[in-house]
Design a protein around this ligand. Structure first.
Ligand SMILES: [Zn+2]
Length: 289
């Protein structure tokens, strides 16, 4: 299991904001002290060129992330050096992609998350869309068909917005509705499939929906799968009202492992104090433990 991280991603925060640096620092502590899983550590790809970012984003958006000092929206503050943090997160996704293509199981454990950033807008804690950028990089460098499986409890609206015009990508998102940002109630275009789940949906039913989305994803016969791994559908997550337990994230990891194609995963949401255990459960599933 390869974990891609960089301690610098814990170097920004906003008082009272639910997306706290501790979710990474505590998870790293937990993963470094555990002995059940054999982990190798790697750094994000150091150089992320504009050309790669601009496949998913507009020049205007990139310029704003680079130079603006204003907050992007109420949920997305403009931290000092946010462009460096956002690029490092993209570098983590690209490193995870490269590892997957070499046959390694990889997990990028960085902030900020990415799946809400649209082509021209930072939103919902996200500045650049790491998963969409990695998918477009894969397609530009020889992978024929890429699927995204997004089990973060919030709709991956930004990933959908970027990939809906990409015929060689498919996007499957399972998320609570209503919840932030309120999109994701129906399928969009020919390649974006949404599975809205009501608040407080019983755990077994939620799991059936996760399974149905995965079965649908397999029908597209992707050559590579990118996972937007959010752990906020957890029963005790403070931002949503869902019912999953650590065991379900282990099952999700196992299910990704059983896909017969390369898979890489990126951390998106997950705000409960149990996040380190939830991530460890997922990684164990990925690793066949
Ligand atoms: Zn989320």
């Amino acid at each position: 299991m390869k974990i891609i991280t960089d301690e610098r991603c814990t170097g920004y925060h906003s008082a009272g904001h639910p997306e706290r640096p501790q979710r990474i620092s505590r998870t790293l502590e937990r993963l470094r002290s555990q002995t059940e899983l054999a982990v190798t550590w790697a750094e994000p790809l150091a150089k992320v060129v504009d050309e790669v970012v601009l496949r998913a984003h507009t020049k205007e958006h990139l310029a704003r992330v680079n130079f603006s000092t204003e907050d992007f929206d109420g949920d997305t503050p403009n931290h000092p050096n946010i462009a460096d943090h956002a690029r490092r997160s993209v570098g983590g996704a690209l490193q995870a992609l490269a590892s997957a293509r070499k046959g390694e199981m990889a997990f990028s454990l960085l902030r900020p998350p990415g799946h809400h950033a649209t082509r021209n807008r930072a939103m919902g804690f996200c500045y650049l869309n790491s998963v969409a950028i990695a998918v477009l990089e894969a397609l530009a460098t020889g992978v024929k068909k890429v699927a995204v499986y997004d089990f973060d409890v919030h709709h991956g609206n930004g990933t959908e917005a970027v990939l809906v015009s990409e015929p060689n990508a498919v996007f499957h998102s399972i998320h609570q509705h209503p919840c932030y940002p309120g999109t994701g109630t129906a399928h969009v275009g020919k390649n974006c499939f949404n599975y809205p789940v009501a608040p407080r949906t019983p755990r077994a039913e939620y799991r059936n929906i996760l399974e149905r989305a995965l079965d649908d994803l397999k029908k597209a016969k992707p050559d590579l799968v990118a996972v937007s791994a959010g752990f906020d559908a957890y029963a005790r997550d403070p931002l949503a009202q869902e019912t999953l337990e650590a065991e379900d994230f282990h099952w999700l990891g196992e299910s990704m492992r059983k896909l017969s194609v390369p898979v890489f995963s990126l951390l998106e949401g997950g705000y409960s104090s149990d996040l380190p255990e939830l991530i460890l459960a997922y990684l164990k599933g990925l690793d066949g433990k």
